[in-house]
Design a protein around this ligand. Sequence first.
Ligand code: NAP
Length: 470
Amino acid sequence: MICIPITASNINEAKNDMRKASKIADILELRLDFIRNINEKNLNRLLSKRKNKILVTDRKKRLNLLKKAIELKADFIDLDLTLGEKKIKEIIANKNKTKVIISFHNFKKTYKKELTAVFEKIKKLNPDIIKVATFANSINDNLIIFDLIKKAKTENKKIIALCMGEKGEISRILSVPLGAELTFGSLKQGKESAPGQITAKVLKEVYRVNKLTNPKIFGLVGNPVKHSKGILIHNKAFEKLKLNNIYVNFLVDDLTNFLNGFKGIITGLSITIPFKTQALKHLDKVDPIAKKIGAVNTVVKKGNDLIGYNTDSIGAIKAIEEKTKINNEDFVILGAGGAARAIAFGIKQKKGNLIILNRTVKKAKELAKELKCAFGGLKLIYLNVDCLINTTSIGMFPNVNESLVNKKLLKNMVVFDAIYNPKITKLLKDAKSNKCKIISGVEMFVNQASEQLKLWSGKSVNKNYLKRLM
Ligand code: NAP
């Protein structure tokens, strides 16, 4: 179930929010401690017109309100473990049909030993559902929560378990598919009841958390990961392919720790900055072109082996080959970073002639040495080539009016910009108006995502569908 906490500060706002939330959520959590003018009479007003199941929570622990919620036949009430055994037992003895959740919170850390003890303690009080919510300081803290869900399942106990904070976000997404009773999602941004909560709409429409059971887990490993479009592309593609797969963002500080902990539960990964090179040394096998490039952006788990690929390279080459041949054509690449490496090695493999131009000439020289090709500074942009490729970030949102290349130079060539936001950069606009063939970074992105899908599932979706999602 997806539960939306109602965090309104007064009764009228709460009524309004309950009406809106009822269209998305399976259950609403009425947070009495947020409502300034809450009293027994007003609680009655709120519960009498409910359309969904209701969980009543009061972090201020006012017994009269919790007892009133039972009298008003709330579906669930939340009793904080700090209420004390005596009071909890008394309420449970008189709970009638209301189900009781006993909850434990640690707003500072997630600590396995503590959670194991808390689980046993709550279990003894015999609630309908055990709830633990603790703060994640590292992505691996989520594993403690997943283990607890597993333990509850093997003991036939119902559990709600999650990590708070940005690094706990994946537990809010994965806990229900892994067997927890419910997860909390906010009505909208700004209406969260705890740090790290994402919206119920995203939980439902992007991640399908209420539809998947024990899915295969995929995700993007990087830092930062927030602005990636992968979660939209891959989850929608999985849905279209009717796969019991889910794709999440893993906000990772330490790659070694992450892979040690998560190797057992993931099926595939995308890798982004700053781990594309570092990932190589953790893999059991690496595809030859990825090895040459010295960077992986895709990992597939086969048996117990992690295998690395570079689909940026394949994606770019496919996009270029849709507009021009590569063999024996002249290419200039602007930039000498990660995208440049992936594209350059792809072109070299297909026997294209290559020149690398970069702001920092030393970096162009280093890359050119590996590729055995020519190099130079950006002042050589005037060179006459068959295809010009921008892999620098010049022209990327928000600086959409910038371009490294004078429009007059863009003649009789194919122009490819690796940037995908915006879809058509100033460079591409200029090239198009000079009647050059153009290739957007969206093509490369969609191709590389499509290659990832194929590597992970053996299946593909229509490229235009992926482009529409972008
Ligand atoms: P990167 O490794 O950080 O490389 C950035 C490159 O841009 C370097 O060559 C850098 O030159 C150059 N640059 C940065 N600021 C510049 C400036 N003011 N003037 C001139 N050159 C400048 O980044 P990356 O991973 O290669 O990504 C580069 C772009 O490609 C980004 O826009 C990214 O979104 C895009 N990309 C697209 C895809 C796709 O699927 N379409 C995939 C990967 C990347 P210096 O060496 O002098 O710093």
